[in-house]
Design a protein around this ligand. Structure first.
Ligand code: LLP
Length: 381
């Protein structure tokens, strides 16, 4: 594993400083994605021995070139809306489409079946009320294993307080409905949350789903979800892919009858993307110094929503000493419009380009037009 999984240090953007400075001056606020980094991540994942199939969760980043790159590496695409499914179908054939929605309307399930996608259900309601859409189909069942995990409460998708997954105490009812509709459950799925750095997590999920599979007739695939994290804060250890593979190989030996599927998003794209923004104004107020840039939570909502930490660099002054402690803020009319708190940077001047790192996942896909400010554009290098 050592060669294949060597960490990519230093980050790609350090070597492309001039190019990025030019892009920011020409384009205004923009996301830049490094396709070589995406490809390297896809290859690292595809190099693991245990998983049989990978589906990239395109909610993390659905830029066309990113999707083209990931599709070319042989991964499938995991979609959660009809629009995602339609985007994905431009890059992979139907055998590589996985539809895993939550509280979707009936017509989206019907459209997914019509496209030949694999469909995941996580509720009784569709079978109780829309039986004819599901009669005679093969489906995957998403269950709630009772707990969630992840970098923030808002991204944990298990347990009674979460809207995802079928509760295990409804399994008998599910079986009865499925029998009545001649429906076959051919896969089991669980995704407990996002931003998990402990490789042992997926072993536990796999073990629980494999044990549960005994209660079904013909399970072919076990989908242990996504959630593969990247170091979020200085000092976080990266996810140990080799350990993950070893754990999965070990448990696969116990359950060789199932195909093993995973559906990561962040892991493939987070570190491949940066957000570039230009300094508009600086301000001192009380003990605080603010540096304002020309885009904020309308482009990158993660700090506001999850208190997520993104490294910030003054790209125009990389060689100058970091002398000043700043609150890095955007131009949006909300106090939460902060990109980074307490960041020591070289003294910033009007027009400097700040780089916000690790912004390739859940950046542009979660952007908005709040305050009628267009979010950052996207481009690839
Ligand atoms: N599978 C399912 C069913 C999911 O709901 C998700 C993410 C994934 C896979 C991919 O998870 P990943 O490998 O990217 O962690 N906006 C948040 C993350 C929300 C994730 C939603 N579901 C953030 O910026 O941290």
């Amino acid at each position: 594993y050592a060669d294949r999984l060597a960490p990519p240090a230093p980050p790609w953007w350090r070597q492309r400083r001039e190019e990025l400075l030019q892009l920011a001056q020409q384009q205004g606020p923009c996301y830049v994605y490094d396709l070589a980094s995406v490809r390297a991540r896809a290859r690292a994942l595809r190099g693991l021995l245990a998983p049989d199939r990978w589906f990239y969760a395109l909610k993390a980043n659905s830029h066309d070139e990113v999707l083209r790159c990931i599709a070319a590496e042989g991964l499938g695409l995991e979609c959660v809306s009809l629009a995602e499914l339609e985007r994905a179908a431009q890059f992979v054939d139907s055998s590589r489409l996985l539809f895993t929605p939550n509280f979707a309307p009936r017509d989206e399930y019907a459209a997914a079946f019509a496209r030949g996608a694999r469909v995941t259900l996580d509720n009784l309601h569709p079978l109780q009320h829309w039986g004819e859409t599901f009669r005679g189909r093969d489906i995957i069942l998403r269950v709630d294993l009772g707990s969630g995990r992840g970098h923030h409460d808002k991204v944990r998708t298990g347990g009674a307080g979460s809207k995802f997954g079928l509760s295990l105490d409804q399994l008998d009812e599910f079986h009865a409905l499925a029998r009545g509709l001649d429906l076959a459950v051919v896969g089991l799925h669980a995704h407990l949350g996002s931003g998990i750095l402990d490789a042992g997590h997926w072993r536990e999920v796999y073990a629980q789903l494999a044990a549960l599979a005994q209660r079904f007739g013909r399970i072919e695939a076990i989908n242990i979800g996504g959630g593969l994290g990247v170091p979020a804060r200085p000092g976080d250890a990266p996810l140990d892919l080799a350990a993950l593979d070893a754990f999965l190989c070990e448990i696969k030996t116990a359950y060789p009858q199932f195909q093993l599927w995973l559906e990561p998003g962040r892991y493939l794209v987070a570190e491949a993307g940066v957000l570039l923004a230009r300094v508009t104004q600086t301000k001192r107020k009380g003990e605080y110094r603010y540096v304002g840039v020309d885009t904020g939570m309308n482009s990158l909502i993660r700090p506001a929503l999850y208190e997520a930490w993104h490294e910030i660099v003054n790209l125009s002054r990389c060689d100058e000493p970091a002398t000043t402690l700043y609150q890095v803020v955007g131009p949006i009319c909300e106090s939460g419009d902060v990109l980074g708190t307490n960041r020591r940077l070289p003294a910033c001047q009007d027009g400097d380009v700040l780089l916000i790192a690790q912004a390739g996942a859940y950046g542009a896909t979660m952007a908005s037009h709040y305050n009628l400010r267009a979010p950052a554009t996207e481009c690839v290098v």
